[in-house]
Design a protein. Structure first.
Length: 252
């Protein structure tokens, strides 16, 4: 959908923030697209909470990171989502880990110069594919005088509620954003309410920590816009928020 249509639907169902993606709606090398996305969000009173990049901390990518940072500034985003490499922690050698950590540090310094934070995607096939590996990476960055990197969190694929929540307990005080979706088994997309126990307990854990964070609705069943209002209603209830109060459209 065009950015303006995304922003309209976001406002219509009572969502408050959006993470524009660098792959479709807001490529960093297309200033007109960046401004269109910013204008669309502004028109509907939606905050751009982060810029969803696909920067993977690979050596040939670092030279282009400043352009990504400028894109985030254009969008008004305080954070850039990045990925910790392109291989899982079990496969990565110590040399791989050291290289990715060094590149991530350089990217974090560029981000800091632009007044931005980095958010690490919590995902398979990266150094943040598990809680222990994520914690190690964050500690290595802190030891390298980097304090503007926070992890995302999402329920790992095929993890039970207990396993997923155990990981969240470890990361909760550091998490800057969570990806909200219900998959089970594998990547079968279910309504959020199908894993109500997981999400109700996850938000209760997060509420115990004063750190602000964003809850980002990442997937809905069948990619169907018709179910968006239902999913958002559950998300708001689970997070302890008031019912939806749709924002006025620009025409109003």
């Amino acid at each position: 959908m065009p950015a303006a249509e995304v922003a309209r639907r976001v406002a219509e169902v009572g969502l408050e923030v959006v993470e524009w993606g660098a792959d479709v709606h807001a490529p960093p090398d297309r200033p007109e697209a960046l401004h269109s996305a910013r204008d669309a969000a502004d028109a509907y009173g939606i905050v751009c909470c982060s810029y969803g990049s696909y920067f993977r901390c690979l050596p040939d990518e670092l030279s282009g990171f400043a352009e990504i940072a400028r894109g985030a500034v254009t969008l008004g985003a305080p954070r850039i989502r990045v990925w910790a490499g392109a291989s899982g922690s079990a496969e990565a050698t110590e040399e791989d880990r050291a290289r990715i950590t060094a590149i991530l540090r350089e990217a974090a310094l560029v981000a800091r110069d632009h007044g931005l934070e980095l958010g690490l995607e919590f995902h398979g096939g990266t150094l943040t594919d598990s809680v222990p590996s994520s914690v190690r990476l964050l500690e290595d960055l802190r030891a390298a005088d980097v304090d503007n990197v926070t992890p995302y969190w999402q329920p790992p694929q095929d993890a039970t509620d207990r396993e997923a929540l155990g990981g969240l307990d470890v990361l909760a005080d550091r998490v800057g954003a969570i990806h909200v979706f219900s998959w089970w088994p594998g990547n079968r997309r279910l309504p959020l309410s199908a894993r109500a126990g997981l999400w109700n307990r996850a938000f209760a854990r997060l509420a115990a920590s004063p750190r602000p964070r964003d809850a980002l609705l990442e997937f809905v069943p069948d990619d169907d816009p018709a179910v968006l209002a239902r999913e958002v209603a559950f998300l708001r209830r689970s997070a302890g928020l008031d019912p939806v109060v749709p924002k006025a459209s620009p025409a109003d």
